[in-house]
Write a protein that binds this ligand. Structure first.
Ligand SMILES: Nc1ncnc2c1ncn2[C@@H]1O[C@H](COP(=O)(O)OP(=O)(O)OP(=O)(O)O)[C@@H](O)[C@H]1O
Length: 320
């Protein structure tokens, strides 16, 4: 009997092919309409009519969203816009009140989080789920088990269990090397810096060789030196042919690495498009202005706000 999850140990094998596919996927975005709910030429994830309320608060109300395969998509929006809740719903960590969504054409309603991961859609968390009292290597092994679910046959047939463990360890070591954490393999994860935990979180997500990687604020709490390295890692996911969807407040990162940006405000998708067009969109600027936030605005947005304020002051001065 073959193992159900055959974890590859050579992640870099298809990089050239991945790069080529990703270039084609990005080029195909040129013809996509720059409007909420726009159809994508090759959508890996499609969501329809997803709603989620907490008491009287409508946290998510997404009419239609498609995520293009093989590109990096950023999901941005002011604090409380519903981004994390939407992530939770898509990945089976929460249940919507209504709506359907599919990954690679497979409907994911009522599919448990670990099965979603096994299907190839894995997410990280804003606050990392790294287990402080386990070593870095143990964290990697646990991630493989949690994400794929325990298999009954693996538990009762020791030979299979051992071969699975050997595969997992080999893959874990490869990934730790790639994320420059191999020197820390035997250290307790609790001793890592905030940035290193983010790297470990990303490495853990890759244990099941996902097609779609969803990152919730990968840059939060990361020092500037490590930011560059994290950016490189996210780009390399795309170069391997993976799809990346990430939530982020760091607009420099959004501008730097996104091929496409989706903007949420008050639970809804209010704008979509390439970074430069989205960030100068008046609806987006208004959404950020209307929200209570501690978010860094884009340079253009800041300029517009300043200009509007100066105009108002000049008008008031003229009326006096
Ligand atoms: N479990 C919950 N119970 C009650 N309200 C919740 C719950 N989870 C989220 N909310 C509310 O839903 C809204 C959307 O929250 P969410 O965390 O999804 O926003 P976000 O866009 O990810 O914000 P941020 O950028 O600050 O992380 C907020 O008003 C939040 O307070």
């Amino acid at each position: 009997m073959a193992a159900e999850t055959n974890l590859p140990t050579n992640l870099e094998a298809s990089t050239e092919e991945g790069r080529e596919r990703s270039r084609a996927a990005r080029a195909a975005l040129a013809d996509v309409a720059r409007e909420p709910g726009a159809k994508k030429p090759d959508a890996i994830l499609v969501a329809d009519g997803i709603t989620r309320s907490f008491g009287g608060l409508q946290a998510v109300d997404v009419e239609h969203l498609e995520v293009q395969r093989g590109v990096i998509t950023a999901l941005i929006g002011p604090n409380g816009a519903g981004k994390t809740t939407f992530f939770n719903l898509l990945t089976g960590f929460d249940r919507p009140d209504a709506g359907t969504w599919s990954f690679n054409g497979k409907t994911l309603n009522k599919v448990a989080a670990y099965r979603v991961a096994r299907l190839g859609m894995v997410r990280t968390f804003q606050l990392t789920k790294v287990l402080a009292k386990l070593t870095v290597l143990e964290n990697m092994r646990v991630a493989a088990r949690n994400q794929t679910g325990e298999r009954l046959w693996a538990a009762v047939i020791p030979r299979m269990w051992r071969s699975q463990e050997t595969d997992n360890t080999a893959r874990a070591k490869d990934l730790l090397q790639r994320f420059l954490l191999d020197g820390k393999a035997d250290d307790f994860a609790g001793s890592l810096s905030g940035g290193q935990r983010k790297l470990l979180e990303m490495a853990r997500a890759l244990m099941v060789d996902p097609e779609l990687v969803m990152l919730d604020e990968p840059m939060a709490g990361v020092n500037p030196a490590l930011k560059q390295s994290l950016l490189g890692h996210v780009k390399s996911l795309r170069d391997e042919g993976r799809t990346v969807l990430f939530v982020e407040h760091d607009m420099d990162m959004v501008r730097d690495i996104s091929d496409w940006v989706v903007v949420m405000a008050q639970g809804k998708v209010i704008a979509e498009g390439p970074p430069e067009s989205v960030m100068s969109d008046q609806r987006v600027i208004d959404a950020y202005l209307g929200a209570h936030h501690d978010t860094k605005l884009t340079f253009e947005a800041e300029e517009k706000i300043l200009a509007a304020a100066q105009e108002e002051i000049a008008e008031e001065a003229g009326n006096e």
